[in-house]
Design a binder for this molecule. Structure first.
Ligand SMILES: O=C(CO)COP(=O)(O)O
Length: 138
């Protein structure tokens, strides 16, 4: 079981819901997280249970980032809006930086999201189970 996070900016939320709906069986059985509004939209449209953090502008990206910092998040689908300024841009950059620090697979557009979910379905994320198992003591 992996920890997977979904985040979508407002104009990408329909795309996110369509994506999750298409791959719902692949995400079942994993522990799912999201920012506040994204998670609500997904849960309203699927049977998936999602732990919702705060909305992005109120700190949700940072809360997911805290899990990344501890190497607890295994995959992030973050559909960003490249054409709209976000008030919490520093939080977004911080989250992506932490993903690079820990080497966490993160998709920021639907094409990469498709590739990663297919990899997940194929078992290509088994190495993340090992990370959880052999995490050194802090
Ligand atoms: O702003 C976001 C990510 O940066 C998303 O937050 P919401 O899911 O609450 O809309």
């Amino acid at each position: 079981m992996l920890n997977i996070a979904f985040i979508a900016h407002d104009r990408k939320k329909d795309e996110m819901v369509n994506f999750i709906t298409a791959y719902e069986p692949v995400f079942e059985g994993h522990k799912l997280y999201s920012t506040g509004t994204t998670g609500k939209r997904i849960m309203d449209n699927t049977k998936l249970e999602i732990h919702r953090f705060m909305s992005g502008p109120l700190g949700g990206d940072q809360q997911i980032g805290a899990m990344v910092a501890e190497n607890k998040m295994d995959l992030i689908i973050f559909l960003r809006d490249p054409l709209m300024a976000q008030p919490h841009e520093p939080d977004i950059i911080a989250l992506l930086r932490l993903c690079d620090v820990q080497g966490i697979p993160v998709a920021t557009n639907i094409a990469t999201a498709e590739l990663l979910v297919r990899a997940l379905d194929r078992g290509d994320f088994a190495w993340r189970e090992l990370v959880h198992k052999y995490k050194p003591e802090a």
